[in-house]
Design a protein around this ligand. Structure first.
Ligand code: GDP
Ligand code: MG
Length: 431
């Protein structure tokens, strides 16, 4: 299984982007077809392997059936069924050889990946990212391209671009910064439409990359050999628990041991929801189901359990109600205190989960958490169906926080490490 956390994003370096650009600009689609056929073959082989494993399990099941009593047979049968269903749901499928495929292949190639390094996971994710950004793109790029036309950039087009960026919720600060560099460039030279678009993309990537570079870590990944604690905070309904489940799955698939602390004790159903994710991902959940149990004490127990079991990554789910805001902030502070006291050497990440469909409003509301939770990064969720994907820019320039992961769907694989180049390519693609 592919190592999602440590996928070599540095492979995807900017140097390679230029190095491979001739390859990308090659009009012939032969290379993309070749990539498609290779992936198709890979998928076929994986399916055969999977089928073989299922058959082997069947044989095992028959053997168990003959050896044990009927009660335990039912259990074995059920657990097999569950794991097979999860496997099927988890497997990405190769779609048609269409524009989306060639676009995804080009984005990978532009980042220095060779055809035989393409994976179904990558292609599948990029096509969903592109689809997820469709609404934002429709209100932004389509208009922009129309205005850009084929002529060199004019100051009027820049004014329109300003409006479009603000409408996509990129925020005043990022918009100003981008427009200023474009205006400077325009004062110095004639900027053709295609060069204008390339320059715009570069500026947008720079905005997103700034806090990532400042943080010193291109990619957020747990460190081996020590305890990593990732706390997920944010208002109700933004997708904290779902994201936590997806992160547990990524961690497992990437070879890290994980544990979950169910520290949202406010809603009765919250603990149950976390447990379902624990079952799905095979990750132990530390919980206390008594009503209004103290979240900090659950985190206390979970840190103890993580240490004794040498866990790599402890994921902490938290409550998000806003109506009792002060209590909530106190609760978060208390959790932080426990973490700092019990695990002073742990790598602690306090990740703000943000529903991208709420755009800048959501960001403002969520930043109320900044002080109490000592935020270190942001996870953008619900990119599918949002028309405010530009909020990623506001997160970077106004909140000055690195975007670490993005979620574009409710399924377990619909979460990936954030890659600003891919994000901007998906946002500004013409196809
Ligand atoms: N479409 C979509 N729905 C999501 C995504 N992430 C979470 N959700 C849904 O948003 C709802 C609230 O999620 P939940 O994790 O319970 O939010 P929490 O209150 O912050 O813990 C659920 O119905 C999730 O399935 C996403 O990336 N895309
Ligand atoms: Mg929740």
């Amino acid at each position: 299984m592919k190592d999602d956390f440590s996928q070599d994003e540095k492979n995807f370096s900017k140097m390679n982007q230029t190095e491979n650009s001739s390859f990308v600009n090659d009009d012939s689609l032969d290379w993309a077809k070749q990539a498609y056929l290779q992936l198709k073959q890979k998928q076929k082989e994986e399916k055969e392997l999977c089928q073989k494993e299922i058959e082997e399990k069947e044989i095992l099941k028959t053997k168990t059936n003959t050896n044990e009593d009927s009660k335990s047979n039912i259990t074995v049968e059920n657990s097999l069924q569950v794991s097979q269903e999860t496997e099927v749901e988890d497997q990405p499928e190769l779609g048609d050889f269409d524009d989306t495929f060639t676009w995804s292949a080009e984005v990978l190639a532009a980042q220095g990946k060779k055809i035989d390094q393409f994976s179904l996971d990558d292609i599948d994710w990029l096509s969903r990212l592109k689809q997820g950004l469709e609404k934002t793109r429709k209100g932004f790029v389509t208009d922009l391209l129309e205005k850009l036309g084929d002529d060199p950039l004019t100051p009027e087009v820049l004014d329109d671009l300003e409006t479009l960026l603000l409408r996509a919720d990129a925020g005043v600060s990022a918009t100003d910064q981008i427009l200023e560099s474009l205006r400077t460039k325009l004062n110095e030279e004639v900027v053709e439409a295609s060069e204008g678009l390339r320059f715009l993309k570069e500026q947008l990537v720079n905005v997103l990359e700034k806090p990532i570079k400042d943080s010193g870590a291109d990619l957020l990944s747990p460190q081996k050999g020590c305890l990593n604690i990732w706390m997920l905070v944010g208002v109700n309904g933004v997708g904290k628990t779902t994201t936590l489940g997806k992160l547990a799955s990524v961690a497992k698939r990437s070879g890290f041991s994980a544990m979950i602390a169910a520290a949202d004790t406010f809603r009765a159903a919250a603990v149950q929801q976390v447990k379902v994710w624990g079952d799905r991902t095979g990750v132990e959940v530390i919980a206390n189901e008594s009503k209004n149990a103290d979240p900090a004490s659950i985190v206390f127990d979970a840190i103890g359990a993580s240490k004794s079991k040498n866990i790599d990554l402890l994921l902490v789910d938290t409550a998000g109600r806003l109506q009792t805001k002060n209590n909530l902030m106190e609760e978060l502070k208390k959790i932080r205190k426990i973490i700092d006291k019990l695990a002073p050497k742990a790598n602690v990440e306090s990740l703000l989960v943000l529903d991208s469909s709420q755009g800048q409003n959501g960001l403002r509301q969520a930043l109320a958490f900044a002080d109490s939770a000592e935020l270190t990064g942001v996870i953008l969720t619900k990119l599918d169906g949002s028309s405010k994907g530009g909020v990623a820019m506001a997160v970077a320039s106004e909140a000055k926080l690195p975007v670490r992961f993005i979620g574009a769907g409710e399924k377990i694989r619909d979460l990936r490490p954030f890659n600003s180049f891919e994000f901007i390519e998906a946002l500004l693609t013409v196809r």
